[in-house]
Design a protein around this ligand. Structure first.
Ligand SMILES: *Cc1c(COP(=O)(O)O)cnc(C)c1O
Length: 402
């Protein structure tokens, strides 16, 4: 038997050759920088079954209950991006014959509608009619009065355009009073601003590691209320997913039995991210995010830039900034990365750039470096701005704590 291979081995230099010498500061819409405790935990592999993992799982569920502000014990971690958690949320309470009302503002709210449609539900899409506005509670009330709806889906923070569903508590309470379950995407808001699952009558809520939680990509969380769990249990077989089946996930997360090999390093990283939130407390974390984001917004405006979303519905955790006349957004972002080592995000189809204000992004040194990089890059690319005025405003607001 020949031991030679027909596909030759490529010549690949160590990773250090592709990675920048100094890590790029990730100030876009995610992934975001991670604390050292999270990085350290992510470097450890433990067995996915046994007493050590059981203890880790119990602690993760306990801390997640605090972060989601829920007393429900149906909280699951997934080896998946946020879209996987979205898939778990949708596929377990939506099925053929169910009517789903999907509040659609941008990319991620539309993804929820698409997933509901893919599992065979009858989906009605409800839009505000303006990319800068969320769907209102009044619009939802009219729909719920017109027809019987089983599930309402929505995002709390729509990352693609920087809009916040500000009437989310009213919408979820309305849905509950009409006998409909709610699915809420809290990927960029959970732990960055108030999002109390039980108080707001949310039935299924999910988040991912790499956004507001400041953990690694690839490990997410999904929580079900007792109401939602009753629906999950009535879902007739066959269920469309195996990995994302909540009943199977409960075997591992609730009963310490094998479902699939859990991403143990990722769950340890998530443990540390949740522990840091718990240690900081939600109240202080919300205040830090509010302070940093409003200071950044003031700095951007003082520099002469325009925030794309009106203040009343603006999402604080992902800021959409209009690209000023004379500059090209892609070239500006490229310059920020190569000259300043700072990355922010572009957008799908809108002439904006997006700056993340989540977790470790909300630290004064990171904000100052980002605003300077953006301002100087815009000027170099032809925009007319007062960079120094913007920096003075940001520094002043951060120092004053307002
Ligand atoms: C990023 C994001 C997602 C999708 O996250 P993936 O991990 O890429 O699947 C979903 N919803 C919102 C609001 C997001 O910001």
């Amino acid at each position: 038997m020949s031991t030679t291979t027909s596909v030759p081995a490529p010549s690949v230099a160590p990773l250090s050759e592709v990675l920048p010498a100094d890590p790029t500061l990730l100030m876009g819409a995610g992934p975001v920088p991670i604390p050292k405790e999270v990085a350290r935990a992510n470097g450890i592999v433990i067995n996915h079954l046994g007493p050590t993992m059981d203890a880790v799982v119990a602690r993760v569920r306990d801390m997640a209950g605090y972060v989601f502000q829920t007393r429900s014990d149906k909280i699951f971690g997934l080896a998946a991006p946020a879209s996987g958690a979205m898939e778990m949320a949708v596929a377990n309470v939506c099925w053929p014959g169910r009517k789903v009302l999907s509040l659609t503002i941008g990319t991620f709210s539309a993804r929820l509608a698409e997933m509901a449609s893919n599992v065979g539900a009858d989906v009605i899409r409800l839009e505000s009619g303006d990319v800068r506005q969320p769907v209102s509670a009044e619009q939802v009330r009219r729909e719920l009065e017109r027809q019987k709806v089983d599930v309402v889906t929505m995002v709390h923070g729509e990352t693609s355009c920087g809009v916040k569903t500000v009437e989310l508590p009213e919408i979820c309470r309305l849905a509950r009073s009409h006998g409909a379950l709610t699915i809420v995407d809290a990927v960029v808001t959970l732990s960055a601003m108030p999002m109390p699952m039980d108080d707001w009558a949310i039935d299924v809520c999910f988040t991912a590691g790499q956004k507001a939680l400041s953990s690694i990509p690839g490990v997410s969380l999904c929580a079900f209320s007792p109401n939602a769990w009753r629906a999950v249990e009535t879902h007739a077989a066959p269920r469309p997913h195996w990995c994302y089946d909540a009943v199977r996930a409960q075997k591992f997360w609730g009963e310490h039995q094998y479902h699939y090999t859990a991403p143990t390093s990722g769950i340890l990283a998530l443990h540390e991210a949740l522990r840091l939130v718990t240690e900081e407390t939600l109240e202080r974390r919300f205040a830090r995010h509010e302070l940093c984001s409003t200071a950044m917004q003031a700095g951007l405006e003082a520099m002469g830039l325009e925030l794309f979303i009106p203040q009343s519905v603006r999402l604080n955790s992902v800021l959409a900034v209009a690209v000023p006349d004379g500059a090209d957004g892609a070239r500006v972002r490229d310059r920020m990365t190569t000259q300043f080592g700072v990355e922010i995000s572009g957008a799908f189809g809108l002439n904006i750039v997006r700056i993340g204000q989540m977790g470790e992004q909300c630290r004064p040194a990171n904000l100052l470096r980002t605003l300077e990089a953006l301002g100087r890059s815009l000027v170099a690319e032809g925009a007319s701005l007062d960079v120094d005025a913007g920096m003075a405003t940001l520094a002043g607001k951060l120092a004053a704590g307002v």
